[in-house]
Design a protein around this ligand. Structure first.
Ligand SMILES: [Zn+2]
Ligand SMILES: [Zn+2]
Length: 127
């Protein structure tokens, strides 16, 4: 082995030792703080959910047309086995999309992917 390789090997070993040590330390910390962690993540989830719900309801308030279209199209059922209306897409249609919110009862049946694409991939939860 030439000196450079030896050094590399040494560094690698040190890195692995350190990694192992850190992992162990983290596992211990997790074990000691179990209650704390689950409480924290619950809190975080709750806070996030509230924020997310508020974001959606704010968005709908700002877009009454969309809300109206959404309400009016609720009764439209996607028949089992309906295929996405996008050309060349053979996925099952699972979602309704309004090409024009002025016509709340006219919807397209789309698969999830095509629906996201219609909205530029952004507005996940909005019809
Ligand atoms: Zn849509
Ligand atoms: Zn599709």
């Amino acid at each position: 082995m030439n000196p450079i390789e030896t050094k590399r090997e040494y560094d690698r070993k040190r890195y692995l030792d350190k990694k192992e040590f850190l992992l162990k330390q983290h596992a211990e910390w997790k074990r000691d703080n179990k209650g704390k962690i689950s409480q924290q993540s619950k809190k975080y989830m709750k806070k996030n959910r509230i924020r997310e719900n508020k974001r959606i309801s704010d968005w709908r308030k700002d877009h009454p047309k969309v809300q109206n279209a959404y309400n009016k199209s609720r009764g439209i059922i996607i028949q089992k086995g309906t295929i996405c209306e996008t050309r060349d897409c053979n996925e099952l249609a699972l979602e309704k999309h309004h090409p024009d919110y002025d016509h709340p009862k006219s919807v397209e049946f789309l698969c999830k992917n095509c629906h996201l694409n219609k909205h530029g991939g952004g507005l996940k939860l909005i019809q």
